[in-house]
Write a protein that binds this ligand. Structure first.
Ligand code: FAD
Length: 287
């Protein structure tokens, strides 16, 4: 099913994300985590694309597993390090296997540079290429605090509008830890004429060191209340897991209460975290 259709539902939409294995050795472990998350009946599940275009076939294999479990998959696709032929081959496989939803991304530029020229420079060019190659439902990324490479938030929203106009059906946000950042972003993009549905991306933080690193790289704002939790519980994995889930659950309930229709959880192959979250707010949203 196309995610654009799912997003028309009146009931709150909840989706989870997994990342593909890097090698065949870890395939079974990822497939098992996928099974457990599928059992929670999310409205859809996304599968990331390895940094710099690695793991591309595993992304599709995992998306196909999700489809077999009766859950709608969303396969990510990045254009960094990718030729036109490679993108066409992956889209061809998606058409064959009936994976209808694709998240079109540029990807992060590898530290040592790309190993081959990029056929599509920005995600907007990839979106246009996907549109030409089939009847896909296309998602794209957006950044409530601005993309790190962008000179300003105004410029970032201008580029986002170009990307959406190239044929995007919905947007998913980078994680944020302060809902006001998201509400403010929504206001700015609606003002700029971006009208597609925006899915709020929420990351339940279960690993303190990881979040401090991600935040430093992406410039994500960490509210004081959140930092206190990380300072207090960061070195106790069980306590950090519970506190991270509670913080994320509070954010999600607030989003739904304020009329946000869809939330995407960066569940990072952790079925336990996904299950705890659904337990925390599932009855509120009828899951
Ligand atoms: P773009 O939309 O191309 O934007 C990149 C930068 O270029 C921005 O600063 C933008 O303002 C600027 N820009 C855009 N168009 C132009 C133009 N015409 N001229 C000048 N500047 C321009 N990474 C992965 O490797 N795999 C994944 O699976 C993955 N999934 C993600 C999912 C989500 C929801 C999000 C938010 C991010 C994800 N990422 C993933 C990370 C993403 O690849 C990086 O953030 C990357 O740096 C930007 O990708 P983009 O698609 O947003 O790029």
């Amino acid at each position: 099913m196309k995610i654009s259709e799912i997003l028309k539902r009146e009931t709150p939409i909840l989706s989870f994300e997994v990342f593909p294995p890097k090698t065949q050795d870890s395939y079974a472990a990822v497939a098992s985590a996928v099974d457990e998350i599928c059992a929670l009946s999310p409205d859809f599940m996304s599968v990331t694309f390895g940094a710099a275009g690695t793991t591309s076939d595993y992304t599709l294999s995992i998306a196909e597993e999700i489809q077999r479990k009766g859950v709608t998959p969303l396969a990510h696709l990045t254009c960094v390090n990718s030729s036109e032929e490679k993108i066409a081959r992956l889209l061809g496989r998606m058409k064959e296997t009936g994976v209808e939803n694709v998240m079109a991304l540029r990807g992060d530029i590898p530290a040592g540079g790309e190993t081959q020229p990029r056929a599509y420079r920005y995600a907007s060019e990839l979106v246009a290429a996907i549109r030409r190659q089939g009847d896909f439902c296309i998602g794209a990324a957006c950044y409530p605090e601005g993309h790190v490479e962008s000179p300003s938030r105004v410029e970032d929203v201008r580029r986002l509008k170009e990307k959406v106009d190239a044929g995007v059906n919905f947007l998913t946000t980078q994680m944020f830890f302060d809902n006001n950042v998201f509400y403010n972003f929504l206001y700015r993009i609606r003002e700029a004429g971006i009208t597609v549905p925006v899915i709020a991306g929420i990351m339940p933080v279960t690993n303190a060191k990881q979040i401090v690193r991600i935040s430093a790289l992406s410039g994500t704002y960490l509210p004081e209340r959140f930092k206190r939790i990380v300072d207090r519980y960061g070195d106790r994995p069980d306590a950090m897991m519970r506190a991270g889930v509670i913080y994320a659950a509070e954010q999600i309930v607030d989003l739904y209460a304020n009329g946000v229709g869809a939330v995407h959880v960066y569940s990072m192959n952790k079925p336990q975290v996904a299950a705890e979250l659904v337990r925390a707010f599932g009855t509120i949203i009828g899951k």
